[in-house]
Write a protein that binds this ligand. Structure first.
Ligand code: ATP
Ligand code: MG
Length: 501
């Protein structure tokens, strides 16, 4: 056996994986050196997650081979992968919310079962210490922030002796501060011997944290480069196959009429604590009002109030001339409000087809003689797929679409109705460079058309690029409304709760 200390942590050779007619991985070669942080980069649907799910034993390759530290292996399941020292953290954490951190870390780990809980707690605390992961072993997972939950997932993998860690878009759900903490942690773990596969659509993160980059396009490797020898624009060009330019915002399109008006809106969070405190905002026709803020300052609750799925405890919401205060989602939609919610997986029905999801919110329009008109539903989907350049067929189950294509389905469904008001939350989270550009372009087109758009985003670059005015929210209060050419430092102060002088 050609086993040697110097052999790479992971070698994947000629990996091919088909899903029906789709070739998700087409003879992919991928090498992860020891103690390397290696980015896997590519557009939505390029095959990144598929390749890593194969390594973690969640999918089985149709062809190809895997070596771990030089040894050829067959990985049938995550259990095999874990036994080989491979851990994977996905965006949808697999933690049990009612249980403690300790219980979650030892859950399903046979050795843990033989330990009493006090012993386990000590071991977990010791491991947390050793790996430099700041998390309280006794805390309940349900009380943790997203960033803290991610740390529990990483700790769980390390506790099982992982020396290869796969992180699939770990930063998509984190605040800038949490990203910084994650990166510090990764650098420390790397120094202790960990190898990391890092998937992200944010090129500046790739430049910051990784040693090498493998770029996939259409299921194939189009290049492997040392990070120090490349640039963001070169990476973007490799991914997309053409240069990217970003979007350019046409001149102001704002009109006098206010299409969305919030008057002293108050609402509570899930714990019954005040989440919105007398929020007043006006959004004009032809205007994008950006709502900037650090995650968890009331943005989610505000979006939910405007989507009609959370009630206000005070104040009024007027949209397109209709009072939609506590009106419920159907009336909100009927008033001409289009909604792009934060969690795209929640706004589609995962097991239904693309065509069904596109018709879902207006089924009454697809009924003939009391029956659903399947042909109309299909033709409607075909038209939208064409108009929005969606890489999918009407009969595809929506769960199988890449993030970018799923977002395009939601966008198509909302925009085809030319809503007077658009409430858009985190519209490009997890989307690749091309899809991000596409979505931003569409929002600007809606602005030109005269829609009033409230853009809620934790991506400050996005807010600055698209907004006509920027409102800053902090602990449920609007700290001020500023112009997009604001001094960044000033904006940062407002976001951290320092009032305008
Ligand atoms: N379980 C599945 N069934 C059918 N097709 C799938 C399945 N999983 C992935 N695919 C398809 O395989 C291709 C690659 O998808 P994959 O999820 O690996 O892309 P990705 O690079 O991770 O994209 P993203 O950046 O959006 O996460 C896509 O065309 C996708 O639709
Ligand atoms: Mg993916």
């Amino acid at each position: 056996m050609s086993f040697s200390i110097a052999s790479p942590a992971v070698e994947m050779r000629h990996i091919t994986k088909r899903f029906g007619p789709v070739i998700a991985n087409d003879s992919v070669d991928f090498t992860l050196e020891r103690q390397e942080i290696h980015a896997l980069l590519g557009e939505n649907g390029a095959g990144k997650t598929t390749l890593m799910r194969i390594l973690y034993g969640l999918y089985h390759a149709d062809d190809g081979e895997i070596r771990i530290k030089g040894e050829p292996v067959t990985i049938h399941s995550p259990k095999d992968a874990i036994a080989r020292g491979i851990g994977m953290v996905t965006q949808h954490f697999a933690l049990a919310a009612p249980l403690s951190v300790t219980e979650n870390v030892i859950l399903g780990y046979t050795e843990g079962f033989r330990l009493g809980l006090p012993d386990a707690r000590l071991r977990v605390a010791e491991a947390a210490q050793r790996f430099g992961i700041l998390v309280d072993p006794e805390a309940l997972v349900k009380d943790l922030s997203v960033g803290q939950r991610q740390r529990v997932e990483i700790l769980k993998a390390l506790y099982r002796n992982a020396d290869v860690l796969i992180l699939d878009e770990p930063t998509a759900v984190l605040t800038p501060q949490e990203v910084e903490q994650l990166f510090e942690g990764l650098r420390r773990l790397q120094a202790q011997g960990l190898s990391v596969v890092f998937i992200s659509h944010k090129l500046h993160e790739v430049m910051d944290i990784t040693d090498r980059v493998t770029v996939l396009r259409g299921g194939r490797v189009v290049g492997v480069v040392p990070t120090a020898h490349t640039t963001q624009s070169e990476l973007a060009r490799m991914m997309v196959g053409r240069p990217t330019y970003g979007v350019s915002k046409p001149d102001a399109a704002r009109r006098e009429d206010v299409l969305l008006r919030l008057e002293n809106v108050c609402a509570e969070d899930n714990q019954g604590l005040p989440a919105l405190k007398n929020v007043s905002l006006n959004v004009h026709a032809g205007e994008i009002l950006g709502l900037a803020g650090v995650s968890g300052n009331g943005q989610r609750e505000l979006a939910q109030v405007l989507e009609g799925v959370r009630s206000c405890t005070g104040g009024r919401v007027i949209a397109n001339g209709h009072d939609i205060t506590n009106a419920g989602p159907d009336k909100v939609m009927a008033a001409g409000v289009g909604r792009i919610p934060e969690d795209r997986h929640e706004s589609v029905v995962a097991e239904m087809t693309v065509a069904q999801n596109m018709a879902l919110e207006h089924l009454d329009e697809f009924v003939r003689n009391g029956m659903l008109d399947k042909r109309r539903i299909r033709e409607h989907a075909e038209a939208l797929i064409e108009a929005y350049q969606i890489k999918a067929r009407p009969d595809d189950i929506i769960r199988t679409l890449s993030g970018g294509n799923m977002q395009k389905v939601i966008l198509a469904r909302v925009l085809e109705r030319n809503p007077a008001v658009l409430v858009v939350a985190q519209p490009t989270r997890g989307l690749d460079v091309g899809a991000t550009e596409y979505v931003r372009q569409k929002l600007l087109e809606q602005r030109q058309r005269g829609a009033a758009i409230l853009l809620i985003s934790e991506d400050l670059d996005e807010i600055l690029e698209l907004s006509d005015r920027i409102a800053v929210i902090y602990e449920g209060e609007i700290m001020g409304v500023v112009s997009p050419d604001v001094d960044i430092e000033h904006l940062g102060l407002l976001m951290s709760g320092v009032h305008q002088t």
